[in-house]
Write a new protein. Structure first.
Length: 111
């Protein structure tokens, strides 16, 4: 795959929200964090971090104690699509399938 500069307008950002079953967030995050090094080695991966809500006094904030929000950056859409089909991702989804209630994706580009 050809290298694309990190500041390229073609870079995509992904916000993946994974809703887990009550009480399962710690176990989900354990499996997720174990897979992060595999993802960071993928062609086109710039950033891949799990995050959780932190309490603040900001009125607009909507917290969800049963969600992990994954912040990702990829060189392009083909790299993201390859990530979704990578063997370590298929194995990860199999490990956590009984912990997850649902997921949503936001795929964004620089404005």
């Amino acid at each position: 795959m050809d290298s694309v500069p990190v500041n390229s307008r073609f870079m995509i950002h992904v916000i993946a929200t994974i809703k887990v079953k009550e009480g399962c967030l710690p176990e989900f995050l354990k499996h997720f964090k174990a897979n992060v090094p595999n993802v960071l080695e993928e062609d086109g991966c710039i950033e891949y971090n799990p995050t959780i809500d932190t309490e603040t006094d900001l009125e607009a904030q909507q917290c969800d104690e049963q969600a992990a929000v994954i912040v990702e950056k990829w060189h392009d859409l083909p790299a993201l699509k390859a990530h979704l089909e990578a063997p370590h991702m298929l194995a990860f989804r199999e490990k956590v399938k009984d912990l997850v209630e649902g997921a949503s994706l936001k795929i964004l580009e620089n404005a």
